[in-house]
Write a protein that binds this ligand. Structure first.
Ligand code: 13P
Length: 257
């Protein structure tokens, strides 16, 4: 990370884990370990735990995010949650375009684009996920894939809205597999993402953009990954469910480089 220009952000993505009771325990244990850190801390909890999480983290250094939302504000979309509903609750962030949503729920870049626009118009900050599959990496088309994801996801989104967007580079082959991208592999793509923002917008926006790495980031590898110039923190799955591991990752991002 380059913490003279950007403040790192560590975000936990709990995925479909933790009952309300489990969430309460985890958050209560996490609060004292997140005080006065040099990075922003977000936890993205299941919809059912949002209300409790928001209440528990009031006046703390933890911010709360959701893991998905629909692109319409209301309507006949059985089972969906709208960005208006999230904003009303006091949710601050929402993950959009996670590879698990793309893979299991057929989310396309066009849908991702609609969701980002809708989230932003509801004053939610977005964590936009991009990343290639193993097959795409082996075919040497990672940059092509990531460029297309960014170009389509950010289509017709005004430059001023980028202040409310974080990008998470999550190579699909590294998610939940224990196979982390090397810090060089991860930084190369994060650097490419930054150059894409420069191309689509401006140098100023590229320099300011927070770009996280996600995919088997843990207490052992976080420090090396985050010390790379273009990696501004992490989006963490499995390791965010364990207070001690998540706290080590927070400290790794919080240490002045
Ligand atoms: P893991 O850290 O479990 O690999 O998950 C990464 C992820 O998908 C975060 O969004």
């Amino acid at each position: 990370m380059n913490n003279t220009i950007r403040k790192p952000i560590i975000a936990g993505n709990w995925k479909m884990n933790n009952t309300i009771k489990d969430s309460e325990t985890l958050i209560n244990n996490l609060i004292p370990l997140t005080k006065n850190k040099n990075c922003d801390i977000i936890i993205c909890v299941p919809f059912t735990s949002l209300e409790r999480a928001i209440n528990l983290t009031k006046d703390t250094d933890i911010k709360i995010g959701a893991q998905n939302c629909h692109f319409e504000n209301s309507g006949a979309f059985t089972g969906e949650i709208s960005p208006t509903m999230l904003a009303e609750m006091g949710v601050e962030y929402v993950i959009i375009g996670h590879s698990e949503r793309r893979q299991y729920f057929a989310e396309t870049d066009t849908i991702v684009n609609k969701k980002i626009k809708s989230a932003i118009s509801n004053n939610l900050k977005t964590i936009l996920c991009v990343g290639e599959s193993l097959e795409e990496r082996e075919k040497n088309i990672t940059e092509k894939v990531v460029f297309k994801q960014l170009e389509l996801s950010l289509s017709n989104i005004e430059e001023k809205c980028l202040n409310n967007i974080i990008i998470a580079y999550e190579p699909i082959w590294a998610i939940g597999t224990g196979k982390t991208a090397t810090s060089t592999q991860a930084n190369d793509v994060c650097k490419f993402i930054r150059s894409t923002i420069l191309k689509l917008y401006s140098k100023e926006s590229a320099d300011k953009m927070i770009i996280q790495y996600g995919g088997s980031m843990n207490s052992t590898n976080a420090s090396e990954l985050i010390s790379e110039k273009d990696i501004d923190g992490g989006l963490i799955g499995g390791a965010s469910l364990k207070v001690s591991d998540f706290s080590i990752i927070i400290n790794a991002a919080s240490t002045p480089m």
